[in-house]
Design a protein. Structure first.
Lengths: 194, 254, 220
């Protein structure tokens, strides 16, 4: 997950600040991984890549797939946040003699990430739910376990409801957690100053 | 401090945006210790001029020298040039995610590579100079407009620039807050900090400026000592401008 | 490669089913979402509570789990026999309703209470005011968020492969199993989804531009 965030930031910065070739590359990467359904991405990594000689275990296929997908979605949030920052912040940074990397790292990103936080936390919660898809490439996660229980003892409502509620609990806990994090990181007036 | 030493020389600056000619051949010089005020109606190119001088925008034609170094040619590091110029914006442009103290010290740390403690101490000193020592730990959103602008001035000062640019520093302020900022600027002017101030505050100009340059239509229409220009301008447009300003403010000196 | 070319049209024909899933799901979601949004903004505390719980449930459980829950559990329990396609549409619709209710709710709230007040002042009763004054504006403002929902739906429709619905992904899997060539089919499927997503959102944007109320931009 943290890798996804890091990837997202890199992609977003590349899209906004990169020169044409880099920006285009980043935009297409984002476009592809947002456009493909997550499950398709997972299948490609696990089933299709071996054809070109790239092998990943089920678990790592899932990790890679989700990192790419969530990174792409999150980069949209980060990009929006970066672009929402008043141009005056950049001007002030330049007027003080900062170069582009310094300006981006010390001035723009700290503000952008705070602004993108609600979106990013939302994405991570989606991730928790969509992890159920990993069961179809062989990962032994909650849904996979639920299905095997169901084939042993056919009690679909109890089994799937329980499984679903486990996911729901995780999601809700994360959601509350993120709200606390957001509150802690909040800077007086920053949410208003968009 | 050698008087008569030219800090900034501007020669024949031109700048257009799309089809609009904003700067149409501006030239002037400013010596060390001088305070020059630029006045004029909106759209006359005043802000653009300042931004061309510290290379936030690049002029189409013309040359600028900062302390003998030509900055409009091929320069190795535009950032080094900007470090020597202190810029105060109309909209303050304080870094929202940093405290007042950090706003002032961050450039010292990143750009001038000062140690954290050194930068902090210097920042605190500058903040005290603008009467904000106690508010150093507040965030921009917690400060009034006048306080924000003073932090902005401290931030620019901390870099120890050779010249200060003020781009309509009080235009975004509520009337009762203008005074505190002007007082700080006056104090700095008295310390002979070379400055170019773009402003409508005639009273300020009259009390501290060595010269007023009036801009209109992209050029300097007239320049001269404050009392001459304000009451006795030669150019018709300049005369009208000051007459209207006097009517508006009915202020006698400062 | 020759055999592969034969199979691609097969995958392509899955598009009809995919669109059916999406269309049905969005339609059901639209009705449910609209009703719930109105209920959440103007309704009693009980209604608000119900909506809140509904939204929480359908947004916190993974789609995959919901599909299985309903297909193997809920529907058989009620005695109805639903085929995978119909069941999928229902589940997608119920879930989409939860999401759409929040979109509409946001739009209604962003309009502020003033529109309703003005209508009441003119003597229009509350239900009529909501229907004739608030909703037309709210619906237009919602469009950008709605195109997002469409995009998500297109991709979620792929998950119904788990129930065997003959949409794009299911067919792709069959092709892969038959030809043992996973690379091209999956990329083809992915590309197909992108095309569907892109054209759909384009259409919604065009509609939005045509019916936009000048100057009225929502919180999206």
């Amino acid at each position: 997950m943290p890798i996804g965030v890091a990837l997202a930031i890199t992609l977003a910065v590349a899209r906004v600040y990169g020169n044409r070739p880099i920006s285009l590359l980043a935009t297409s990467i984002v476009g592809i991984f947002r456009g493909f359904p997550a499950i398709v991405t997972l299948f490609i990594i696990f089933f299709a890549l071996p054809d070109v000689g790239v092998f990943f275990s089920p678990y790592w296929s899932a990790v890679l797939g989700f990192v790419l997908v969530t990174g792409a979605y999150q980069s949209e949030y980060v990009r929006g946040a970066i672009q929402s920052i008043h141009v005056g912040q950049s001007l002030a940074a330049q007027a003080l003699g900062m170069n582009k990397p310094q300006e981006i790292i010390h001035i723009i990103l700290p503000q952008a990430i705070r602004a993108a936080l609600p979106g990013i936390s939302n994405e991570i919660i989606y991730l928790i739910l969509y992890s159920s898809l990993a069961s179809y490439i062989g990962v032994e996660e909650i849904f996979a376990v639920a299905r095997s229980f169901n084939s042993l003892e056919f009690k679909p409502i109890e089994i799937f409801l329980t499984a679903g509620l486990i996911y729901a609990a995780m999601a809700t806990v994360c959601f509350a957690g993120f709200r606390t994090v957001e509150r802690k990181l909040r800077i007086p007036g920053l949410e208003v100053a968009r | 401090m050698a008087d008569g030493e030219v800090v900034l020389k501007v020669e024949n600056l031109h700048k257009s945006y799309a089809d609009i000619k904003v700067l149409n051949g501006v030239s002037f010089e400013i010596d060390r210790g001088q305070i020059k005020v630029i006045c004029g109606p909106s759209g006359s190119g005043k802000s653009t001029l300042l931004r061309c001088l510290n290379l936030l925008t690049y002029p189409d034609k013309g040359r600028v020298w900062l302390e003998e170094q030509e900055i409009t040619g091929q320069i190795s590091d535009v950032n080094k040039v900007r470090q020597k110029i202190g810029f105060v914006f109309q909209e303050f442009n304080l870094f929202n995610h940093l405290t007042a103290l950090k706003n002032v010290s961050i450039a010292l740390e990143i750009v001038k590579k000062m140690k954290k403690e050194e930068a902090r101490d210097l920042a605190l000193k500058e903040l005290r100079k603008v009467n904000l020592g106690e508010d150093a730990h507040k965030y921009p959103a917690e400060l009034s407009g006048g306080q924000k602008q003073r932090v902005a001035i401290a931030r620019a000062l901390a870099m120890n620039p050779v010249i200060m640019f003020y781009d309509e520093p009080t235009s975004a302020l509520d009337p009762h807050l203008i005074g505190e900022v002007l007082d700080v600027m006056k104090k700095l002017a008295q310390e002979k900090l070379t400055s170019i101030v773009v402003t409508h505050e005639i009273g300020f100009a009259r009390s501290v400026a060595d010269e007023i340059m009036f801009m209109g239509g992209g050029t300097i229409l007239e320049r001269g000592r404050p009392d001459e220009l304000i009451s006795n301008a030669k150019h018709e447009m300049v005369r009208q401008f000051f007459r209207r300003m006097n009517e508006l403010y009915r202020r006698e000196g400062e | 490669m020759a055999t592969l070319a034969e199979f691609l049209p097969y995958i392509l024909s899955g598009t009809v089913w995919t669109l059916g899933l999406v269309g049905g799901g969005l339609a059901i979601g639209f009705i449910i979402g609209l009703l719930m949004a109105v209920g959440q903004v103007y309704g009693s505390e009980e209604i608000k509570g119900f909506v809140h719980a509904y939204v929480w449930f359908f947004r916190s459980l993974p789609l995959l789990v919901l599909l299985f829950l309903f297909y193997w559990g809920v529907f058989p329990a009620t005695g109805y026999k639903l085929d995978p396609l119909a069941c999928s549409i229902v589940v997608l619709g119920l879930r989409s309703g939860a999401y759409q209710s929040q979109i509409f709710r946001g739009a209604i709230i962003s309009l502020g209470g003033t529109q309703l007040l003005a209508a009441r002042a003119l003597g229009i009763s509350e239900p009529k005011a909501v229907f004739h004054i608030v909703l037309p504006q709210a619906l237009r403002i919602s469009m950008p968020g709605w195109s997002n929902e469409y995009a998500i739906m297109i991709k979620d429709s792929a998950i119904t492969f788990a129930l065997g619905v003959l949409e794009i992904l299911t067919r792709t899997r069959y092709v892969v199993m038959a030809t043992h060539e996973p690379l091209i089919p999956y990329f083809f499927a992915g590309g197909l989804f992108i095309v569907l997503t892109y054209s759909g959102t384009k259409i919604v944007n065009v509609v939005y531009e045509r019916t936009k109320i000048p100057g009225l931009v929502g919180r999206m």
